[in-house]
Design a protein around this ligand. Sequence first.
Ligand SMILES: Cc1ncc(COP(=O)(O)O)c(C=O)c1O
Length: 375
Amino acid sequence: MPLTPAEMRALFPIAQRYAYLDHAAIAPLAIPVRSTMDVFLTRQTEEPFELAHWERLRSQVRSRVGELLSTGAESITFVKNTTSGLGLVAAGLDWANGDNVVGVDREFPANVYPWMALRRKGVELRLYRSKDGRIDAAALARLCDGRTRVLAVSAVQFWNGFRLDLTGLRAAVGDEPLLVVDAIQAAGAMRIDLRQASVDFLCAGAQKWLLGPIGIGCAYVGPRMLERLHPVVIGTDSVIRDEEYFDYDLTLKPDARRYEETAPNYPGILGMGAAVNLLLRAGMPAVEQEVLRLADRLRDELPQRGYELLLKPSRPAERSGIVSFRHPRMVPAELHARLREAGIIISLRADFLRASPHYYNSDADIDRLLEALPQ
Ligand SMILES: Cc1ncc(COP(=O)(O)O)c(C=O)c1O
């Protein structure tokens, strides 16, 4: 039987006290996530280290993450966070003076700085500037030319929640360039099907919609990227003979594990695995549907209460779990403080507020937010 929203809610102690609607920032931990991490820490406190056991679990988590993204375990590598995932690509491709990367204006810095830093290699960063917060795939594709090596986008924009159609983008842009996706605002909330979207690289930290701990994340490395991307840091875990310490043999693993150098973050990986298990037990189609249903309530009801939405989706497919809004007169920081006082947790960003409900939130959480907002 799939895990229902109410059953998942019972695993989040925070939900008893707060209307926690801030999954686009940092997610709270569920009991099984914490207890899975605790098991590792307790065992290491009390028993000799059992490498083979933890390695078995690491590879199980890799498979489960693959399942969540509809791809195979061989394409998954663990990363520290989204930034370091994108940084793997920026640092590991062979760049030539005059190459360019095409990105999007108002992206989170994680998807800007790694590319901007390539300036020292003579690589130009071109940013698409949207007028209304939407990304038009055809217009974005027009920024690309024969020297565009990477098109770097977020699956969902962190500031206004616009969801990009990755399959449509690939169709608009053609086979080249490499399509690199920051999926942290989508993975765990929206379905991601890597069998369909011809993405070359995608990564996400675990700390938001994936409901995992901070300091761990996952990345998908597609076949084309695997061929072109050099591991920047190489260690025992990158090579085939990973238990051979004397007879050096720099033959890389044939799959995405080559990007993990050594000494993995076991507590983080196991915690992320426990969180991904919850999402898989609920089922991503059900999770997406419920997240959109709760967010749609806000999209419908906030304007009726005099608030402006930063994005009014023109097509259902543009929606995500993020709803950003502001009041024409009220000061966002004051509203934010007032909500927090009332136990309602959302984000304050620049001059607007951002709510982001997850599967386990209830209609009562949404009511609590709406009722606490002055009209
Ligand atoms: C689109 C996007 N990318 C990346 C991040 C964070 O990146 P990292 O996992 O490196 O902290 C955020 C966090 O707010 C984000 O919204």
